[in-house]
Design a protein around this ligand. Sequence first.
Ligand code: ACM
Ligand code: ZN
Length: 733
Amino acid sequence: MKHWFVKLAAVAAAVCAVPTVYAQSLSIIPQPEQVDVRVGRLVLHRGMSMAFDAAVEEQAMYLRNTVYRSTGFEWKTGVPAKRADIVLEVDARKVPRPEGYRLTVDGRRVTICGHDAGGVFYGIQTFLQLLPPAVHSRSLQPEVMWSVPQVDITDAPDHPWRGMMLDVARYFYDKEFVKKYIDMMAMYKMNKLQFHLIDDSGWRLEIKKYPRLTEVGAWAGKDEKRLGGYYTQEEIRELIAYAAVRNVEIIPEIEFPAHMLSAVAAYPWLSCTGKQHEVPRQHFISRDLLCVGKETSYQFLADVLEETVELFPSDYINIGGDEAVYDRWKECPLCQAVLKREGLQQAADLQGYLTNVVADMMAKKGKTVVGWEEIIQRGKVNQPVVAVMWHEVKDTLQATRTGHKAILSPATHLYLDFPESKTPGEVKAATWMPPISLEKCYSMEMNDYAPSSTVLGVQGCFWSDQFIHGTVLQELPPIDENRSENYAEYLTFPRLLAVAELGWSKTARRSWTDFRQRVRSHYARLDHKECNYRVPEPEIVSMKEEGGKVRFELAPSVEGADIRYTTDGSWPHSHSARYTGPVEVDVKTDFRATTFVNSRHCSLPLYFAPDYSAYRQYGTFVAEWKPRQWADATGVWRFETTGKMVGNGTYDITFVYRRGSNALRLGKLVQYKRDERLAEVPMQGQVDAGHTAVTYRLPLTAFEAGLPFYVEVEAQPVGGDDTFGYVFVKKVE
Ligand code: ACM
Ligand code: ZN
C-alpha cells in the first residue's frame, strides 16, 4: 500500500512539475545552505552509468552499492565523465570549503562535486535524501518509481566538529552495531565519533603490551556467566576503514585519572593503594584514581597511548578526565610528594599536572588532546587542547580565555541517554536531569558566549550506564535478544538528527517549526535503515476548552502513520478508533492518542500530567499513594527520588493528604543511594483531613550523578485505607 502510494506520488510529480511543490517537499536534514529547485524530475533507471575521480572510488562504490541493493540498478562504471549519467568529482577550487559539495540534478545527469572526499560523500547523502525513503533499504524494493527533483544545491558545514560519543565501556556493543551507529551518523553528515572505550566497568581496547587489560578488564563476572567484550586491534582497523569511507573520524577515548577501575582490576599497581578490585557489574564511579606518584603510571600511559595513537589515524586523542574525586591523591604519600615537588596547591592541581605531561607527550606525536571540560579547569595547560563542555555552554569562555578550543555537549540538551519525556511508560534511562525532548535538543543555544573560533562544534553523548551488565533496562522481562541495542537506538533517534543540524546548519537557517516538518518524512528512512527510533506522539494542532468540553485537533508527526485514540483514558491499541478529524472529550486526561507506524512500532500515548500547581509551596512531585496500595504492604513504603534530589543540600520531603475519610500514619524515614543507607529522620506524623501535610527535613551530602536515590518511610493506614495523597520534594538549602 505504502509503495503503491509512493509510486503514484512520484509519477504525479513527474507529470505536473511545479517547482514550488518540490521546494516544499524537499526535507533534507541537516538543512543545506542553498537549495534551488528547478522544474521537472530525473527518473533513474538501470541503464545509467557512473564516472568518478580516483580519489572518491570508495564513495562511488558506496553510492553504487546502496542504490543497487534497493533499486536493483547495476550502474555501469568506467565510462568517460562526459558520457556518464552520474558524475562524482573532487575540486577544491569549485567548492572552496572543507566537506562542502555542490549537487546538481538536471534533466540528464547528476553531478556531485566535493571539496574533498567528505564533501562528495555528503553530496551523495543529500542525493539519497532526494530519492524515495526506500532507497535506504537493504532489500530490493521493486514497487518504487526512482526519481529525483531537478535541483542545484550548494552546501558546507557551519562547524567542523559534528560528533557523537558512544559509550561502549559500560555496555559492550559489538562491531556490527558500532558500524550501524557510524553509518547512521554519516547519513546525517556527522563526522566525529568519540569512542568511549574505557570506564570503570570495562576496558574495550586490545593493548598488546598489557594483555590483562582485556583478559581481566573487559569482563564482569566469571566463566560462562561473564559479561562484556572488547575490540581486537584488527577489528578496530576494520571500524576505522568503515568510518573513513563515510567521513567519520573515530577518536579513541582513554579515560584517566578516574573512570578506569577496569584497568586497576587488571593491574592493581596503577592505583594509589594497590588494592585488588573486580570489574563492577553495576553502574559505579570508582574513587580509585591512577596514582600520579608512581613512575609506572607514566610508563603505562605512555605505552597505552602510543599503541592507541598508532592504531587510530585521527589527529586527536581523547583522554577523558571527568569526575575525578581526589581523596586517594590526598592520602597517598607518593602523590603528595609530586604535589610538593611541583609546587602545587591542592590535589586537584595534580590533574592539571598530569594533563600537561600527556598533552606534551601527544604533541610530540602530532596529536591534539581532547578531554572533558575538567582538563582545562584544573590549572594551566600549556598545549592547546579541546575541551568537551558538558555542563554549561557559557563555560566555553574559559576555553577562549585560556587559548583552547571547545565542543558544546551540555548534558541538559545533548545527553541522549536522558529520555525524551516523563510520560508513564517511557523507557527508564538517566534521570539526574529533566527529560530532553526533540524540541529541547534542537533548541540548544549555539556560540552565544564564546567566539565561534573557540567553538569547533557540537557533540551528542550516548552513555550506556543505564544498560550496564543487567540493571535497569534488563530488569524488564526478556523481550528481545538485542534489547540494549534497541534501547540505544530508541534513545539516539530521532534526536541525533537534531544534533546533526545544530552542527551543520547556520543558526539563521535553523527553525524548529521547519525542522519538525522535515523530520516527519525521515522516519520512513529510519525504518528502511532498520533503526528502532522513538516514535513521536501525535502533534497537537489545537486544544480548545469550550462549554465543558475539550476539543482536540491533531496532526501526524510521522508521515504516512495512523493516529489511534481512546476517550476513556486507556492506552490506544492498533485497532482503537482511527483519528480522521477533531475529537471532543469531557475530561482532557481521558483523551489518549498514539502514533502507529505499524502494529508493532508505535508511540507512547499523548499524556497530560496532573496539575500540581496548587501544591507549588511543597516543591516537585515525586510520588503518590492510593487506597489499594496498602493492602499487602509491609509497613514500609519505598519510592524513588532520583532526578528530584539533584545535588548536595537540605531537602524537605512533604506528604500531603488529598482526600479520603481516614488517615495515614507516618514513621521513620530513611534515604538510600541505591542500596547504601545515607540518612535517617526518626519522626512520627499523621496526615488526614485535619492535618494535611507532614514534612521531613533531610540532609544530602553524598550526591552522585547517575545513581538512583530512594526514600523509605514507615507508613500505615489508620481506620481504613481510603486516603489519596502526594509526596513532594523541595531543596531548601
Ligand atoms: C560526564 O558526563 N561525566 C562527562
Ligand atoms: Zn598516589
